[in-house]
Ligand binder design. Structure first.
Ligand code: HEM
Length: 119
């Protein structure tokens, strides 16, 4: 699996990185919208973003809820809604598409942490 290191990308905008949510993949699942009191988070490119402001897309019962609480780098970069693409494997994925997704989430949402490789 090709790994993504946030420090190696220049696609990241302003470093709004609170470190409040440095989570591993399993921890992230809690923030999938089931509990409406909790923020909605997703990870792309090794960062964790707070996507709560996009609740109409990612909240419970919403069309893109599949991405909430998940590591969504591959799925977002290739435009897939398949469960099997919810991971950080960017093998065969256009790097510009990955960078574009990091940029998109960084500009629209707040970066709140990094994805930890180990739980
Ligand atoms: C027929 C296919 C699709 C249509 C018509 C469609 C349409 C839309 C529309 C209208 C929005 C909302 C834009 C807005 O109000 O700002 C949206 C957002 C979004 N779409 Fe799709 N979409 C399609 C397929 C997909 C696929 C395959 C993916 C898989 C990655 C995807 C991922 C997203 C995401 C993540 C957002 C939310 C972005 C944000 O946080 O603002 N869409 N889509």
């Amino acid at each position: 699996m090709t790994s993504l290191l946030p420090s190696s990308t220049s696609a990241s905008p302003e470093p709004v990185l609170s470190g409040e949510f440095d989570l591993c993949e399993a921890d992230l699942r809690e923030f999938d919208g089931r509990d409406e009191e909790k923020p909605l988070l997703l990870s792309v490119g090794g960062f964790v973003f707070d996507i709560s402001e996009g609740r109409k897309f990612y909240g419970k019962g919403m069309p893109y809820n599949i991405f909430a609480g998940r590591v969504a780098t591959r799925a977002l970069s290739i435009g897939s809604l398949d469960e099997e693409d919810l991971n950080d494997n960017i093998e065969g994925v256009n790097e510009k598409a990955v960078a574009g997704q990091i940029k998109f989430y960084g500009e629209k949402y707040k970066r709140v942490g990094l994805l930890k490789k180990e739980c």
